[in-house]
Design a binder for this molecule. Structure first.
Ligand SMILES: N[C@H](CCC[C@H](N)C(=O)O)C(=O)O
Length: 330
C-alpha cells in the first residue's frame, strides 16, 4: 500500500489514495488503519495527526477529487484545513491543474496553488466553508444558548470568554493573554469537552486559545478533537481569524492576517459574501515529507517492519523557512 507523509504548518497526515485499491477500504479498515499508523508511540515512522483519504468525487460533483478526514483516534471529521492544502497539491499534480474544487463532507471547496513561501516550500490556498454559529451545527448544548459569541461559560471555566463556530467542523475559540496561552487551562478545558461524556459537546470540539500579537497578527494554539495538542489546526486558525475580525477589527475583512502557531505560520483572509455568509481563505505550506509503502495487512496489525520511506527533502526546506520567521513561541 502506498502512502504520502505530508504536513501543513506541522500538522501532519498520511495521504491514502483509495484509487490504488480495486475496492476502497471498508470503513472499519480505514478507522483501524488510522489508529494504527497515526499512533505517536507505536505507529508508522512517528505517527501522525490523522489520515486524509483521497478518492474520486461523486458523479454529481464538479470537484476533481474527494477528501475524507480521519483523526488519529479513528473518528471522522467534516473538514481539515491544513490537510486540504496538501490534498490540493496532490490532486494538482495528479490532474495538472492549479485551481479546482475538492469535494468534502459538506461542500466542494475551491483550492489553488499560491506563491511558494520559500524554495521547496510549496503553498496552496484553500476555501474554508461553510461557516455557522448555530448550536445545532456545532452539536453544542448550553442551556438556552443558541449561539456563543465572546461569552463566558461558567459551566466549564471562569476568566475566559468563548466563541463557538463551525467551519464546518466545530471550534471553541477564546482570546487570551500570553500567560493563559502557554498555561495548562487549554488542555484541561479541551480534554473535558472531548471526554465523550460531557453534556455540552457530546461529539467533542476543537478548542483554541488565541493571543493577539499586533494588528492582523495572531498566535493560535489548538487542542484538537480526536488528536490532542497539534502543531497547528487549519480550521481553527481560520475560525480564530474570523472571530478576530468580527470581535476586534470589523473593518479588516479582505485583509491578510498572519497566523502563527507552534508548527510555523499560515496566512488567512476573512470574507463576507453578499448574502452575509462568511468564509475564510487559508494560505499555507503543503509539504510532502516522504513517499511510504507498507503492506496493508501489516499496517492493520501495527507491524511496520517492512516499510519503505523515501524522503523528498522538503522537510529540511520547511524547517529552514520556520527558523527564518520572526515568530512568537509558546
Ligand atoms: N480534529 C479536527 C479535524 C482535523 C482538523 C485540523 N487538523 C485542521 O487542519 O483543520 C476535528 O475533529 O474536527
Amino acid at each position: 500500500m502506498k502512502l504520502l507523509k505530508v504536513h501543513g504548518s506541522g500538522n501532519d497526515f498520511f495521504i491514502l489514495d483509495q484509487q490504488q485499491f480495486k475496492q476502497p477500504l471498508a470503513e472499519s479498515q480505514l478507522q483501524l488503519l488510522a489508529e494504527k499508523i497515526c499512533n505517536r508511540k507505536t505507529g508508522l515512522h512517528g505517527g501522525a495527526d490523522g489520515v486524509l483519504a483521497v478518492g474520486a468525487s461523486s458523479k454529481e460533483s464538479a470537484a476533481v477529487g474527494r477528501m475524507r478526514v480521519i483523526n488519529a483516534d479513528g473518528s471522522e471529521a467534516s473538514m481539515c484545513g491544513n490537510g486540504l492544502r496538501t490534498v490540493a497539491r496532490y490532486l494538482s499534480l495528479q490532474n495538472q491543474q492549479a485551481t479546482f474544487k475538492v469535494q468534502t463532507m459538506y461542500a466542494d471547496l475551491q483550492v489553488k496553488q499560491s506563491t511558494d513561501f520559500a524554495p521547496q516550500v510549496k503553498v496552496f490556498a484553500a476555501e474554508i466553508s461553510p461557516v455557522s454559529f448555530a448550536a445545532k451545527d456545532l452539536k453544542m448544548h448550553f442551556a438556552g444558548r443558541e449561539k456563543l459569541i465572546n461569552q463566558e461559560l461558567p459551566e466549564i471555566a471562569t476568566d475566559f470568554k468563548f466563541s463557538a463556530v463551525a467551519v464546518p467542523n466545530p471550534h471553541l475559540i477564546a482570546f487570551v493573554s500570553h500567560q493563559q496561552l502557554i498555561g495548562s487551562k487549554l488542555g484541561e478545558i479541551a480534554s473535558y469537552l472531548n471526554d465523550g461524556k460531557n453534556p455540552y459537546f457530546p461529539d467533542g470540539v476543537n478548542v483554541s486559545f488565541v493571543e493577539i500579537l499586533a494588528e492582523n497578527k495572531i498566535f493560535v494554539r489548538t487542542y484538537e478533537r480526536g488528536v490532542g495538542y497539534t502543531n497547528a489546526c487549519g480550521t481553527a486558525m481560520s475560525a480564530a481569524s474570523l472571530m478576530y475580525v468580527l470581535l476586534y477589527q470589523p473593518q479588516n475583512f479582505e485583509q491578510q492576517i498572519e497566523v502563527q502557531n507552534p508548527g510555523g505560520m499560515v496566512k488567512t483572509v476573512a470574507h463576507q459574501r453578499s448574502n452575509k455568509s462568511y468564509w475564510i481563505s487559508l494560505i499555507g505550506n503543503a509539504t510532502f515529507v516522504a513517499k511510504v509503502t507498507v503492506p496493508l495487512a501489516d499496517a492493520l496489525q501495527g507491524d511496520f517492519k517492512a516499510i519503505t520511506w523515501e524522503e523528498t527533502g522538503e522537510q529540511q526546506a520547511y524547517e529552514n523557512f520556520v527558523r527564518g520567521l520572526k515568530k512568537s513561541e509558546l
